[in-house]
Design a binder for this molecule. Structure first.
Ligand code: HSE
Length: 422
């Protein structure tokens, strides 16, 4: 039996989950794979902090050198999270010829090339299955099971916190702030939920997915990013009336001539497979030219689901004869399309007077934006909600029309614009 010694960087929820999985659940699997994984050291910041009682205290160290200079340690698993010092620690580990397994989507998304290059030069591996979709096995599926495909598009619900909030809003008719406060109290949302609710977390994950799916480096600044903070229960009700649900979608499309990458709240039809993904679950829906449509579904966070992906990487890294290093092309900036073609839901508040509807329709027509449906729900107040759904139209044309509509004296406000995906 081959013995592989590893170290952990960090020992919070995920680190403890990984420890438990390696010590308890994986014995049989390791037997079958012919490998015994031994945790030799655990790097923590504060040695005095109380940890999971079963962990032998002699494993803890607060000096990274104890791990870097230990020639017996082949693999380091990182779950410190955030950009710094995690990035520096991962690079140091690679440069000390240790294979790295990480769940860190921010570091992988921002520093993909530098980390791959360090792994290649040191002839070690870099594994990051847990960085997207937690326990959902998506990364290795893309580069080891879908090689026969040109992947045309990937659409995902890859942030559990926002999916939980939007599901609660839809199912209980509640407002964003109310559900967010409850989610924080219950520990479903972070005390500072900015990265989740503003879409940054989903953007990191989409950068990784699109880079792997298209074999072209997609940087986070190539991705349009809008969060869910402006979604109201009113929009969700109109969505339902029109036959849609609202999800925070991460969307990437590659036509070979152009790449379109965006994270934003999206109307999706109730018969779309992603519509049924509720609560904090994640799902990724891929279209490949040979396989057709595929969907992966599972828990995108939590100590055990994330631990499941990390331990799978550790076992794969321990048994692989050669580590797989992904080389991707750096495309010209011009390839990134920002004038995509899609449908739009637009909710206005207008002064309830004769001729207003036809004036607004005239502005859409001026910009070549064609309307599919209109809902007007006047209640005898001074203002009335007016809802449009467009046919496919170019982003820039719709934004120009909205800009002109905003300035009209008969328009009280543009309340929301949400893109539609089918
Ligand atoms: N904060 C993330 C989410 C989990 O809500 O999905 C870790 O990626």
């Amino acid at each position: 039996m081959k013995e592989v010694k590893i170290a952990l960087f960090g020992c919070g929820n995920i680190g403890t989950g990984v420890y438990k999985l390696i010590r308890n659940n994986c014995i049989k699997i390791m037997d079958a794979e012919g490998v015994s994984i031994v945790i030799k050291k655990i790097l923590v910041r504060d040695l005095s902090k109380k940890r999971y009682a079963d962990i032998d205290e002699s494993l803890f160290t607060n000096k990274i050198e104890d791990i870097l200079l230990d020639k017996e340690i082949d693999i380091v698993a990182e779950f410190i999270g955030g950009e710094s010092p995690a990035k520096e620690y991962i690079l140091k580990a690679l440069n000390h010829k240790k294979t790295v397994v990480t769940a860190n989507k921010e570091v992988i998304a921002k520093h993909f090339e530098a980390l791959q290059e360090a792994a290649r030069q040191n002839e070690v591996g870099l594994y990051y299955e847990a960085s997207v979709g937690g326990g959902m096995p998506i990364i290795r599926a893309i580069h080891q099971s879908l090689q026969a495909n040109r992947i045309q598009s990937v659409m995902g619900i890859i942030n559990g916190t926002t999916n939980y909030i939007l599901s609660k809003m839809a199912e209980e008719g509640r407002e964003f702030e109310d559900v967010l406060s409850e989610a924080k109290e219950l520990g479903y949302a972070e005390p500072d939920p900015t990265a989740d609710i503003e879409g940054y977390d989903a953007r990191y994950k989409l950068s990784i997915l699109a880079t792997l799916c298209f074999n072209k480096r997609v940087q986070i600044n190539n991705i349009l990013c809008e969060g869910i903070t402006k979604i109201t229960s009113v929009d969700i009700q109109y969505a339902r009336e029109l036959g849609y649900g609202v999800k925070l979608l991460a969307i990437a499309k590659d036509t070979q001539n152009s790449i379109e990458v965006r994270v934003h709240p999206t109307f999706i039809p109730i018969n779309h497979p992603l519509y049924a993904v509720r609560d904090a679950f994640n799902a990724v829906y891929i279209k490949g030219d040979s396989v057709g449509e595929l969907m992966f579904y599972g828990r995108g966070a939590g100590d055990m689901p994330t631990g499941s992906a990390i331990v799978s990487d550790i076992i794969t890294a321990s048994t692989n004869k050669h580590h797989y290093v992904k080389l991707v092309a750096t495309p010209d900036e011009e390839i990134f399309e920002d004038n995509w073609l899609t449908e739009y839901y637009i909710r206005l508040s207008v002064f309830d007077k004769p001729g207003v509807l036809s004036k607004i329709a005239g502005i859409f027509a001026k910009y070549n934006v064609s309307i599919t449906s209109v809902l007007q729900k006047a209640r005898g107040d001074v203002t009335a909600p007016l809802i449009f759904v467009t046919h496919e139209a170019h982003e820039k044309a719709v934004l120009s029309a909205i800009n002109e509509i905003k300035k009209c004296e008969y328009v009280n406000s543009v309340e929301n614009l949400i893109r539609v995906e089918k």
